[in-house]
Design a protein around this ligand. Structure first.
Ligand SMILES: Nc1ncnc2c1ncn2[C@@H]1O[C@H](COP(=O)(O)OP(=O)(O)O)[C@@H](O)[C@H]1O
Ligand SMILES: [Mg+2]
Length: 472
């Protein structure tokens, strides 16, 4: 029986406290010499490992002690020790700021001395930006090198008689010369420029679709990020946007990010999205989000011509009374999204469809801006014979392109010389491209956020027919 077994194991032989016997743990005394040896060992271990654990602190204390002991510079020793303690406090209390400040400063010094100053003259002479090895006077001067978390910024004073454009046309040589993936020239003032050399690719990781906000600014819709980590904002109101890139370059992510950012205004009734999807691959997922939708030649032309007639009605109403458009429920902003536009204007077998589509797009893009009609079109091949309406789009995005010559066709003359190497974009980085920001000729590298099919389904569920006030 368990109780018997239990009672057999509890010791009837052990006397209980009640019987008056106390048990004490036997004490074995450690010999003093062993204790001493243990303490000495710990001290030695601490002192030996100290320089490895806190190298800066130990070096600093050594400098402090040495300047006092050997040179008798007590003031310097005290100053040095105070600076060390202050640094330690900074490090303990604000570790991030300390790390960033100290690390980036040290890195900037290192890069200045061992990369830029060291290779400056040969790289500039060989790339044709300086005259000769002998004439140091004609060498542009490095004023300062600073580091951000992703790039080196080299401030340069130009030699009289040269211009920032000389550097802009040599960005490929400069990037290769200093071992950077690219180079960007920023004009700071008369004879002052900054060369920006990324140290690594900040756009190598895909970006999830942005969360939707209630406030919609149609002139600055968040659609992705730029290389320096800031938001890439796309203007749609008052302009037209052409997105060019080969198949698989991620045109869909630019289009969907723009639609996603517009949706809250669609729900409010102050914007509408009209979609034309000749390949039936891109936009059909979100069909319920669109006020108008077409996916074959005839219906696409009908939708485009409807947009033209509504735009002209609005223009007639505004004539002489109103110069610009403000989105309202009566006069919403209309975004006409055209995927694979060349299917309509160049490849459609029916000549009449091609001609009517081209006319309608030309009318919309030339007259729609001031009355709240914008076209967002995607295109694979930017050559003139395929798309001679290119110049009617004031804003353009160059994703991965086939040929170097196509870069300037999209981003304008000189864009490739200024570093927009859209033809060299890695096929493994869909959604990466180059744009020109307002007021700056220098192209900026960007990546669009990726709106996955699940995001589109969620958008259609959240902003579908019942929420979307538009007529269908
Ligand atoms: N911004 C992006 N970030 C990450 N992956 C993307 C992005 N855009 C597209 N992709 C991936 O690339 C594939 C092709 O993109 P898609 O937009 O269909 O290209 P396109 O319309 O230019 O032919 C998509 O299925 C997706 O997997
Ligand atoms: Mg596509």
């Amino acid at each position: 029986m368990p109780s018997k077994v239990g009672s057999a194991q509890t010791s009837p032989t052990l006397p209980s406290p009640a019987q008056g016997v106390r048990w004490t743990t036997p004490i074995v005394e450690t010999p003093g010499i062993v204790v001493l040896a243990s303490w000495v060992w710990r001290l030695v271990r601490f002192l030996v490992t100290l320089p490895f654990r806190f190298p800066v602190m130990v070096a600093s204390a050594a400098v402090s002690a040495a300047s006092w002991y050997w040179f008798g510079w007590l003031g310097l020793a005290v100053l040095w020790a105070t600076a060390t303690v202050a640094s330690l406090v900074w490090w303990r209390v604000w570790p991030d700021s300390f790390r960033q400040w100290v690390t980036l400063r040290t890195l900037a010094w290192w890069r200045h001395v061992f990369v830029y100053r060291r290779h400056w003259q040969p790289v500039l002479v060989i790339s044709g930006l300086a005259e000769s090895y002998q004439e140091r006077r004609y060498l542009p001067r490095i004023r300062r090198v600073s580091c951000t978390s992703w790039a080196d910024r080299v401030r340069v004073t130009l030699v009289a008689g040269t211009s920032p454009a000389d550097f802009e046309t040599r960005v490929a040589e400069l990037a290769h010369g200093f071992g950077a993936p690219s180079c960007r020239v920023v004009v700071e003032g008369p004879r002052k420029i900054t060369l920006e050399f990324p140290r690594h690719d900040t756009l190598s990781e895909p970006l999830h679709a942005f969360p939707m906000t209630h406030h919609v600014d149609l002139s600055a819709l968040p659609v992705g990020v730029t290389e320096d980590g800031s938001e890439w904002r796309l203007r749609l109101h008052g302009t037209h946007v052409l997105v060019a890139g080969v198949t698989g370059s991620g045109k869909g992510s630019v289009i969907w990010s723009a639609i996603r950012a517009t949706l809250p205004a669609v729900a409010e009734g102050t914007a509408q999205v009209w979609a034309i999807d000749p390949k039936r691959m891109e936009l059909s997922y979100g069909r319920s989000l669109f006020a108008q939708y077409a996916d074959d030649g005839e219906s696409a032309v009908a939708v485009l011509e409807l947009a033209v007639s509504q735009m002209q009605d609005r223009a007639r109403r505004y004539a002489g009374r109103q110069r610009s458009h403000t989105p309202t429920k009566q006069d919403p902003f209309v975004l006409v999204v055209l995927d694979e536009v060349a299917f309509l204007t160049a490849y459609h077998p029916d000549r009449d469809v091609r001609r009517r589509a081209e006319n309608a797009i030309a009318t919309l893009t030339s007259q729609g801006r001031s009355v709240g009609f914008s076209v967002l079109a995607a295109l694979q091949d930017p050559r003139k014979e395929v798309m001679n309406l290119r110049n009617l789009f004031p804003d353009k995005v160059a994703l991965r392109l086939d040929e170097a010559s196509q870069v300037d066709m999209i981003l304008g003359e000189g864009a490739r010389d200024r570093g927009a190497n859209a033809h060299l974009i890695d096929p493994g980085l869909p959604g990466v491209g180059y744009v020109r920001m307002e007021g700056s000729p220098a192209p900026v590298r960007v990546r669009a956020a990726y709106v996955a099919d699940e995001d589109i389904t969620a958008m259609a569920d959240g902003y579908g027919p019942s929420e979307n006030g538009a007529d269908r």
